[in-house]
Design a protein around this ligand. Structure first.
Ligand code: GRF
Length: 197
């Protein structure tokens, strides 16, 4: 049974896709052992609680230094003893100590077809704003392993989404989430849980 810890910062629709996939058998051989957020107001925490999953929020603002927050974050991950850590819209720089300790055991969902529209500063709506500004006809989402860089780890899977006439960044973001993120993130977890990758 793959023990999965999920890290969130916002609405938690990717977390919900994972929860639903475990409940309906799209993801097998997996247990979500905890949900962690840096944002105590993240709706994702409500989603976890509704699903009976332990939800912990721990804001950097509660600590005198970033190093102390990082220690608390790492301690919480260790307490859950996860086989896999999933970053699902988690807007926190991952401490190098965590990346080292959980090497090749942390994955992230990014709302573009890496290597396009990724790296420092490319997150949330900005990714879609840039794609529209550049005039690309196809975008999508990527699941990748997390390494010391930003969106630079080994790519696990991707799914393309067509941009449509008149798309706004918000409309495009929603389509990418619905058609790509909520599909490839559960698939990546299931593939890892069942040793397909
Ligand atoms: C998603 O668009 C994801 O690609 C990005 O942050 C957003 C998270 O949304 N990393 P949610 O919190 O899963 O709804």
């Amino acid at each position: 049974m793959l023990r999965v810890a999920v890290c969130v910062s916002g609405g938690g629709t990717n977390l919900q896709a994972i929860i639903d996939a475990v409940q309906n058998g799209v993801i097998t051989n997996t247990e979500i052992v905890g949900v962690f957020s840096n944002n105590p107001n993240a709706y994702a925490l409500e989603r976890a609680k509704s699903a009976g999953i332990q939800a912990v929020s721990c804001s950097p603002k509660e600590y005198a230094t970033r190093d102390e927050f990082n220690k608390a974050f790492l301690n919480q991950m260790d307490a859950w003893n996860p086989d896999l850590i999933v970053l699902a819209g988690f807007l926190v720089i991952i401490p190098p100590a965590l990346i080292k300790k959980y090497e090749n055991k942390i994955i992230n969902i990014h709302p573009s077809l890496i290597p396009s529209f990724c790296g420092t500063g490319f997150y949330g709506l900005k990714v879609h704003e840039e794609a529209l500004k550049r005039g690309v006809k196809v975008t999508g989402a990527t699941v990748h392993f997390v390494d010391e860089g930003t969106d630079t780890g080994r790519i696990i899977n991707q799914k393309a989404v067509y941009i449509e006439e008149g798309d706004t960044p918000e409309v495009l973001q929603r389509r990418v989430m619905e058609q790509a993120e909520w599909v490839i993130l559960p698939k990546a977890i299931n593939d890892i849980a069942n040793h397909i990758i």
